[in-house]
Design a protein around this ligand. Structure first.
Ligand SMILES: [Zn+2]
Length: 255
């Protein structure tokens, strides 16, 4: 359902019984296992940034079957953990004078400027500088919130344009969307609500990658799995989707 920063996504479970979580040790790997009603298959994934291993299993699965399933995937889990942990870890930004930030793949330098009396705090962009017009002494949280609001506004504009374009080309009704902070997914299509959530960090990746995520999520309204049909349908409108996905993955590691 989603374009993932890391590996695959587990389907969203329709819960009729509360989930139960426990830790299962497979050699040296600690797996956080959740028994769920409403899922049909066992799944395992390795989450960034620290390589936490999470698995889900249908409630009726035996413990023996779960251990067998995870043991078979021990090598894969080990490799995936290594891959996630060897990525450059996200840099903690402080949103101070001279710091570099990205907007649609382009680096900009932050400049802080005292907001005028009677003016509300805002962001302006000129050349390769993003200026935060803010009260002197504003906290890191306030500076961050201001930049994120700016990201959200710009990303929302871009996504709206792409979505309108694909809505007319796919001849589908309008799909509502929201932009939120997300840890591991770039986007998610919710088939029940028929809506999309985009990761606010998309404001930092090149536009061709944003467009890829938009078409990817919109294609999920027809095909939920990432199968050959799914990518065939995408390729009709975006023959170079693979290159864009590769580029997005590179950026994913930088964010
Ligand atoms: Zn997807």
């Amino acid at each position: 359902m989603a374009v993932h920063v890391g590996k695959k996504v587990a389907p969203i479970a329709v819960r009729s019984m509360p989930n139960k979580t426990e830790i299962i040790q497979i050699n040296d790997i600690r797996v956080q296992l959740t028994w769920k009603s409403g899922v049909r298959m066992m799944r395992v994934r390795v989450l960034p940034p620290d390589g936490t291993v999470c698995a889900t299993a249908p409630r009726w699965t035996s413990r023996k079957a779960v251990i067998g399933f995870l043991s078979e995937r021990y090598d894969w889990m080990q490799k995936a953990i290594h891959k996630v942990q060897s990525r450059p870890q996200p840099v903690q930004l402080n949103y101070v004078e001279g710091e570099q930030v990205l907007l649609f793949g382009t680096p900009y330098t932050i400049h802080l400027k005292e907001v005028l009396p009677k003016e509300t705090k805002h962001v302006s962009i000129e050349g390769d500088t993003i200026t935060l017009h803010i009260k002197s002494g504003a906290s890191r949280e306030i500076r961050e919130a201001l930049l994120l609001a700016f990201y959200k506004e710009r990303l929302s504009m871009v996504v709206s344009v792409y979505m309108k374009d694909y809505q007319s080309r796919l001849q589908c009704p309008e799909i509502p969307f929201r932009i939120l902070r997300r840890k591991s997914v770039w986007g998610t299509f919710n088939p029940r609500k028929r809506s999309i959530v985009y990761n606010i960090n998309l404001a930092q990746v090149p536009l061709e990658c944003v467009q890829y995520v938009v078409l990817h999520e919109m294609t999920h309204q027809y095909i939920s799995a990432h199968n050959a049909d799914f990518y065939r349908k995408m390729a009709v409108f975006m023959p170079d989707w693979k290159e864009r996905r590769t580029l997005l993955k590179q950026f994913g590691q930088k964010l």
